[in-house]
Ligand binder design. Sequence first.
Ligand code: KG4
Ligand code: ZN
Length: 345
Amino acid sequence: MLNHSESGEIRILAIESSCDETAAAVVVNGRDVRSNIISSQIDIHTLYGGVVPEIASRKHIEKINPVITEALKQADMTLQDMDAIAVTYGPGLVGSLLVGVSAAKAVAFAANKPLLGIHHIEGHISANYIENKDLEPPFVCLVVSGGHSHLVIVKDYGDYEIIGRTRDDAAGEAFDKVARAIGLGYPGGPKIDKAAREGDPESIHFPRAKVAGSDYDFSFSGLKSAVLNYLNSCNMQNIPVNPNDVAASFQKAVVDVLTEHAMIAIEQTGMKKFAIAGGVASNSALRESLEKACAERGVAFYRPSPILCTDNAAMIGAAAYYEYLAGNFSGYDLNAVPNLKLGDR
Ligand code: KG4
Ligand code: ZN
């Protein structure tokens, strides 16, 4: 069944639909992105202040075929040129995941190509390989998305050790909830990032939570409550709130904690390479802070371009290449696994 292209290239059609982006990409040899099509549903979900799962699934169904067709077209290739079809099968919203998984299975079966089920977070981490052709494991990676906040040691391709995780809210979730509370709306992360540029990060002191017994674990729910308490107390005392100052001070608290924990991980593991991944990794203040902290320690800092930090299929194609090399193929009975853990297959 393995039908490498004559050029020796391994060409993968990758599909991603775990949340509210319908995406497909063609990636050659894991790092050469020939197309990266993303159809975002942000406009629809903005009306409701967050992702509505039922609407997300329906939109994925509408968009999945056009997005796959466009990805092949922009890559100037056909389905028959592909060596494998890869798809995110978890974690994520089950109805959303199922659309991508069903489409990938249908395409793989019809074209008689192998199928690769890919972990969404493995995809986020692998986004770093695309623009950094020299990056190889081992390295430390901070994964910060809407659903995850992990400090991971990437020991090898496909071999991960999670050394820190959030005890409550994910970093992106905290951004989204605080944005809603200060009236910035959805999606919160980019709006706070923008508002914070006009605010003073030192104007309000919000707590930097420590988790007892762990240098690496995160907790963001206390910070979120502190912001809500601040807003309530201003409201009760008729003190005007400056949303830009709240955004900047909140963002600084998140960035300080993420930077501090990441640097402890670097110091304690002795690793000289550090990468970031996930939607929150596109945050400008976080990127600046980590860049500076890494430079001070002589550690190489890797970060994907913002478009490769948020959900996309190119990152799934990058991860899939290494799973392909390892022979980790999926059966046509592949199912969506909404709470899939990193390292599970
Ligand atoms: O990785 P992602 O696209 O989807 C998940 O896998 O969850 O991450 C989405 C999260 C959202 O919470 C969004 O608010 C956050 O990433 N985000 C940001 C920024 N851009 C997206 N957070 C902070 N600053 C940003 N610039
Ligand atoms: Zn994601």
